[in-house]
Design a protein. Structure first.
Length: 229
């Protein structure tokens, strides 16, 4: 159809080009999710603290990041950060500058989005439970750790997973700085074998299959959580 030849895809191409990019995309997604949730939780607590010296910088950071396209942040960090920064990681840092830049950028950028999810989840917990914790003599930190955050995380699991799926899709943007991700693997194979159209089509199929499958699992999980409630 339309002159496409999908038979060029073979195990040799997958093993030599695609798997390497696939593993980096997965690693980037996991690191950015974990780092984004941790930093996002800190930002959410800062915004909910009621203290201006914490609220203002957190608000500026979150709103600023959410107002700029991710690809611009990726390019800014990659182009503006001096090469000497990467030499602190040794020879490995110099060889994998694009990958290191992508990891740091994604953690910093996704933290803004995870922060809003965390803030909404924390605010969804009844104030009565918070007041009960205070009546028992709990500090703000103890209240959050023992009462609010455990319940908030359970409520936010489907939304956090949905954001993670979006994050996985966004990892394809690191192609702009030359990082070897899943899309780069397909693109490289397509150029070498003279089949760029087929390569991009197969990449789209892989992204669709993974994201659709994960979205279905999240929907099932959301239904189970709703039943538990």
């Amino acid at each position: 159809m339309f002159g496409l030849d999908l038979s060029f895809l073979s195990w040799e191409i997958i093993s030599n080009f695609v798997i390497k990019g696939f593993f980096f995309s997965i690693q980037l997604t996991i690191v950015a999710t974990v780092g984004g949730i941790i930093l996002g939780t800190v930002l959410a607590l800062m915004r909910l603290s009621g203290k201006k010296f914490l609220t203002v910088p957190a608000t500026v950071y979150v709103n600023g990041m959410r107002s700029v396209p991710l690809v611009m942040v990726i390019l800014w960090f990659f182009l503006l950060v001096p090469a000497s920064f990467y030499t602190t990681f040794g020879s490995w840092g110099a060889n994998y500058r694009a990958e290191i830049s992508a990891i740091i950028t994604f953690v910093a950028f996704e933290a803004a989005y995870f922060s809003e999810i965390m803030r909404a989840g924390i605010q969804s917990i009844s104030r009565g439970q918070v007041n009960a914790g205070r009546a028992l003599g709990m500090t703000y930190a103890q209240n959050m750790k023992l009462i609010v955050l455990p319940q908030a995380f359970r409520n936010m699991v489907p939304i956090l997973l949905t954001q993670t799926i979006i994050l996985f899709q966004d990892t394809s943007l690191v192609y702009a700085i030359g990082a070897y991700d899943l899309l780069k693997g397909f693109s490289t194979a397509g150029k070498i074998y003279g089949r760029p159209e087929e390569a991009y089509l197969l990449a789209a199929v892989v992204y669709f299959a993974m994201c659709f499958g994960l979205s279905y699992m999240v929907k099932r999980l959301q239904t189970k959580i709703a039943i538990i409630r």
